[in-house]
Ligand binder design. Structure first.
Ligand SMILES: Cc1ncc(COP(=O)(O)O)c(C=O)c1O
Length: 385
């Protein structure tokens, strides 16, 4: 008999990791596969951490996180989204959105409860639902709808066992966001069926031609929305492992119970840095966003000119072109492109079965390297015509 839990044994490994194990053995690869900013954390944020260390701040914090950090987060949400969260009871500091997602699901799910997850989506959603004892019900954000999930599609998947809808916008891997009208329809659906909404808004600040609307800010939604957010992407702080949950007290209390046993608290140095990030907001985030935006236009134009059709993404730093004209599967495309032209992209199937026929390209590498990658992709595609 296996010594490993059946749940874990039957869980497929992440499609991204498997692929990047190959990439890591090769030289000279241009990687459009990376899911993190290519910028270093802004200096003033790094300095805040250094000075907190110099002052000997090396202890545990409260399980909830430093009160000052919760206060600045609460102030930030109030200013940007007009939603008021009590920093003492309705905000919990976590080890990245990763932990926030895990403990939120464990806080709300009973065995067999269903969570509606749309695909293509971030690789952790389904496994985290399963590890929390739930059932992940995948619905497709269709390419015909510009990869935007609709309330109609979600409603078809609602059953008596549905407990929550898991949203992510702007989305990883498609970069697509949701319009105010669609969010209103999804909110109405949640009310009609008495569902919780878990909203992963980690790419909130990386939104280009539209403004980001937090679903918790819609009338009557604060009590049924759990917002997950963090510092990894907007502030280029992936290695700091810092995120937060903003949500209703009963669910927050349940999440804190799990958090106190499994994580205790997020690292104090990262919390101190995050206070600086939000409290003394400088031009850095805007500068990074404007550089991503420049690259977004370049890669969108380049891929379409090559014939790999793709709509303009709304946010994040991903684009999800169709590779169907090459006649290759997503895996074949990614592997051959890697071996023949040394460009790494992620097969669309890593984000759900409906990602077949697509690949994820990340534009979190320099403008010049994207130009070079596009030239190599063009050579690869032309060689198959
Ligand atoms: C949609 C989404 N949510 C959550 C995460 C994880 O974020 P964190 O670094 O805060 O754990 C990622 C990372 O790629 C992501 O793309």
């Amino acid at each position: 008999m296996s010594r490993v839990s059946q749940i874990i044994e039957t869980m497929p490994p992440s499609g991204i990791r498997r692929f990047f194990d190959i990439v890591s053995t090769m030289d000279g690869v241009l990687s459009l596969g990376i899911g993190e900013p290519d910028f270093v954390t802004p200096e003033r944020i790094r300095n805040a951490c250094v000075s907190s260390l110099a002052q000997g701040q090396t202890m545990y914090t409260s399980n909830h996180g430093l009160l000052e950090l919760r206060q600045v987060i609460s102030g930030h949400i109030s200013k940007v989204h007009g939603v008021e969260y009590n920093p003492e009871k309705e905000i919990l500091i976590t080890v990245g959105v990763s932990e926030a997602l895990d403990i939120t699901l464990r806080a709300i799910l009973n065995p067999g409860d269903e969570v509606i997850v749309f695909e293509p989506s971030y690789v952790s959603y389904k496994p985290c639902v399963v590890m929390a004892g739930g059932v992940a019900v995948a619905v497709e954000a269709r390419s015909a709808d510009g990869f935007r999930v609709t309330a109609d599609i979600i409603e078809h998947a609602v059953t008596e066992k549905t407990k929550a809808i898991l949203l992510c916008y702007p989305n990883n891997p498609t970069g697509m966001s949701l319009s105010a009208e669609e969010l209103e329809r999804i909110a109405a659906l949640a009310v009609k069926h008495d569902l919780i909404i878990i909203s992963d808004e980690i790419y909130e600040k990386l939104t280009y031609d539209m403004s980001h609307l937090s679903i918790a800010s819609l009338p009557g939604m604060k009590e049924r929305v759990i917002t997950l957010n963090g510092f990894s992407k907007a502030y280029a702080m992936t290695g700091w492992r810092l995120g937060y949950i903003a949500g209703p007290v009963d669910i927050l209390n349940a999440a804190v119970k799990i958090h106190q046993y499994v994580a205790l608290c997020a690292p104090i140095m990262s919390q101190t840095a995050a206070i600086e990030a939000l409290k003394n907001e400088g031009p850095e985030v805007e500068e990074m966003v404007s550089e991503y935006n420049r690259r977004r236009h370049l890669i969108h134009r380049g891929l379409n000119e090559i014939g790999l059709e793709v709509p303009m993404p709304d946010g994040a730093f991903y684009i999800f072109p169709s590779i169907k004209r090459t006649g290759l599967t997503s895996e074949e495309f990614a592997e051959r492109l890697l071996f023949e032209e040394k460009v790494a992209v992620v097969p669309g199937t890593a984000f759900g079965a409906c990602g077949e026929g697509y690949v994820r390209c990340s534009y979190s590498i320099s403008y010049e390297r994207i130009e070079e990658a596009l030239a190599r992709i063009e050579k690869f595609v032309r060689s198959r015509e």
